[in-house]
Structure formats: structure tokens, C-alpha cells
Design a protein around this ligand. Structure first.
Ligand SMILES: Nc1nc2c(c(=O)[nH]1)N=C([C@H](O)[C@H](O)COP(=O)(O)OP(=O)(O)OP(=O)(O)O)CN2
Ligand SMILES: [Zn+2]
Length: 118
């Protein structure tokens, strides 16, 4: 069974590698929405795959590194496109939650990325 939990965070960024004149060369901010999907068996006693509270406890410290910070200042996020941030989030979460199946990251209401590992 696939379950999910969403996290919202606000971060500033700019994209250093876009051409001069591209709007994303300028520092700006987004309210990102991250959805993590966990795949596992329905545990018969608990009646759940994993406690949503445990997901929050494990993932919130990662989100706290991003929230109200400039992504470009974080090692590995020097070029913080949605794609690179999704891979970075995957690499942070996967060791903590091996049952991680997918991350979905929305940068805006209309733009986002889905990553399921290599
Ligand atoms: N493939 C990618 N393209 C773009 C990325 C990205 O991470 N991956 N990022 C940006 C910028 O961060 C930009 O701030 C967001 O662009 P966009 O979705 O075009 O934002 P808008 O709010 O202008 O989009 P609307 O069309 O108004 O919804 C650019 N490209
Ligand atoms: Zn942006």
C-alpha cells in the first residue's frame, strides 16, 4: 500500500546557470510543496503502513534546513532547480526511510517534478 505525507516550506533561490535576462537569474522565492510516498505492507495490528507522526519526526529536520533559507547556500543545492532539489530530498530521506517510493515536489501551483530514484 502506498501512503503519503505533504510538507510545505518557503525558500529563496536563484538559478545561476540560466542565460542573462532569464527571470530566474534573480533571487526570488517559492512556497514549495513536497509529497513523500512510502510503500509498504499494511501492518495488521497497527492498521497502518507507518505512523504519519513518525514520517513527520524523520522528515521535518530536513525541511527545517530548507525553510526560510536560501537554497543556493546549502551544499548540493548550488543550482537549485526543482529537479536537483527533488534528487537532494530523495538522497536525504531514503537512508532514513528505506520504504521511500517517490517524492513529488511542486515549485509553483503549475510546475513540479516526480522522482523515484535512479
Ligand atoms: N525544468 C525546470 N524549469 C524551471 C525551473 C526548474 O526548477 N526546473 N525553475 C524555474 C524558476 O524557479 C521559476 O521561478 C519557476 O518558473 P515557472 O514555473 O515558469 O514559474 P511561474 O510562476 O512564472 O509560472 P506560471 O506559468 O506563471 O505558473 C524556471 N524553470
Ligand atoms: Zn524559482
Amino acid at each position: 500500500m502506498l501512503i503519503y505525507k505533504k510538507f510545505i516550506f518557503d525558500s529563496a533561490h536563484f538559478l545561476p546557470n540560466v542565460p542573462e535576462g532569464h527571470k530566474c537569474k534573480n533571487m526570488h522565492g517559492h512556497t514549495y510543496q513536497l509529497t513523500v510516498f512510502i510503500d509498504g505492507p499494511l501492518l495488521p495490528n497497527e492498521g497502518w503502513v507507518i505512523d504519519y507522526g513518525d514520517l513527520k519526526r524523520l522528515i521535518k529536520p530536513i525541511i527545517d534546513r530548507l525553510d526560510h533559507n536560501c537554497l543556493n547556500d546549502i551544499p548540493g543545492l548550488e543550482n537549485p532547480t526543482s529537479e536537483i532539489l527533488a534528487v537532494w530530498l530523495w538522497n536525504q530521506v531514503k537512508p532514513l526511510i528505506p520504504a521511500l517510493k517517490r517524492v513529488e515536489l511542486n515549485e509553483t501551483a503549475s510546475s513540479g517534478v516526480i522522482y523515484e530514484g535512479e
